[in-house]
Design a protein around this ligand. Structure first.
Ligand SMILES: Cc1cc2nc3c(=O)[nH]c(=O)nc-3n(C[C@H](O)[C@H](O)[C@H](O)COP(=O)(O)OP(=O)(O)OC[C@H]3O[C@@H](n4cnc5c(N)ncnc54)[C@H](O)[C@@H]3O)c2cc1C
Length: 303
């Protein structure tokens, strides 16, 4: 029996209320708006449901991929023979003592930042414009405008091997676009605790608005993308290297190096995942030829 038939049966018996879909098109769940279908996709509403689901998936030998808000991933056009688990319905959030804030993995950073601001807690203004979820942001140590997750996290609840444990920010080993989670793809963030400071609501709002305005002025937010396509290489900026190599506007099918920000590959309309991958490779080769630097994708590419 194929893994998914086994899993279908198990879920019917053991998790009958789960939002569980067959052949779910992934383009609607990722910010690039490309890619084929997930053989199976599930949307658990709690950490407990996610834990139970992963146990069933393991028993059925399913390949599993956890998806947050889908703003840093690319899936192939032919789809993926896996169970994709979205955290999009895990959206609890609460204040804790001592200026701490707890948010479940699926809460968007925009919501966390606004919730913190409304409660006079500062530290998350930098995260307001990053379109990811809490789980994805911890995994990627998301950052912008001088702030990063590492600076504001107390820790996270991480599920691995059927057990959930609280990992401190030190244990999470957050570095530039890297974490314990990138090294352990089987581990899942169920929720995170932020350590914030008291602040003035109006001032925090102003900071959030100012950073959003800077983002809108410099980034092609009107087109689907996954943000910066490449990691920042030591001593350089990816966008500057791409621009210096004369690659702004380079196009493969519907994928293009943004004219507005060379660090972004955008979907101009009708792009396929294959277009985006081919363009990424062309950019890597051209930048290597012109500068000797091999760019590494920041986007998590699944095959
Ligand atoms: C317009 C635009 C602007 C952007 N600007 C920025 C920016 O300024 N700074 C920045 O850092 N990034 C930026 N990004 C990229 C992206 O938003 C971040 O990397 C974000 O942290 C990804 O979160 P996500 O929930 O969308 O993760 P996804 O794309 O869903 O997943 C990314 C990775 O995280 C893993 N993951 C997701 N959830 C969990 C979980 N609960 N447990 C374990 N692993 C998990 C996935 O398996 C995957 O490997 C931008 C993207 C876009 C589209």
């Amino acid at each position: 029996m194929a893994w998914y038939q086994d899993l279908d049966n198990q879920i019917k018996e053991q998790l009958p209320g789960l939002d569980y879909r067959w052949d779910e098109p992934l383009a609607g769940h990722i910010s690039f708006r490309v890619g084929g279908a997930a053989k199976r996709m599930a949307f658990p509403q709690s950490g407990e449901a996610l834990t139970a689901l992963l146990a069933l998936a393991e028993a059925c030998r399913a390949r599993t991929i956890v998806l947050g808000n889908g703003t840093n991933v690319l899936f192939p056009d032919e789809g993926i023979d896996a169970l994709v688990i979205s955290t999009g319905k895990m959206c609890d959030m609460a204040l804790r003592k001592g200026n701490q804030l707890y948010a479940e993995a699926g809460v968007t950073l925009a919501r966390v930042a606004v919730f913190a601001q409304q409660n006079g807690l500062s530290g998350l203004a930098f995260a307001h414009g990053i379109p990811g979820s809490v789980g994805g942001a911890v995994c990627m140590n998301a950052g912008a405008y001088g702030g990063e997750m590492k600076d504001v996290l107390a820790g996270a609840y991480v599920l691995a091997g059927g057990e959930t444990r609280y990992m401190t920010v030190e244990e999470l080993s957050l570095r530039y676009r890297h974490s314990y989670l990138t090294d352990h793809p089987e581990a899942v963030v169920l929720g995170a605790v932020f350590d914030l400071r008291e602040g003035d609501k109006d001032e925090i709002r102003r900071e959030m608005d100012e950073l959003m305005a800077r983002r809108k002025a410099s980034q092609p937010l009107e087109f689907p993308s996954a943000g910066s396509t490449f990691k920042r290489p030591a001593g350089h900026f990816a966008g500057a290297l791409i621009q210096e190599a004369g690659l702004k506007g380079l196009t493969v099918g519907g994928a293009q190096v943004s004219e507005k920000h060379a660090g972004f590959v955008i979907n101009r309309g009708g792009a396929t995942a294959a277009d985006i991958l081919a363009l990424i490779e062309q950019v890597q080769q051209a930048v290597y030829r012109s500068s000797g630097v091999m760019l590494e994708p920041e986007v998590r590419i699944y095959r």
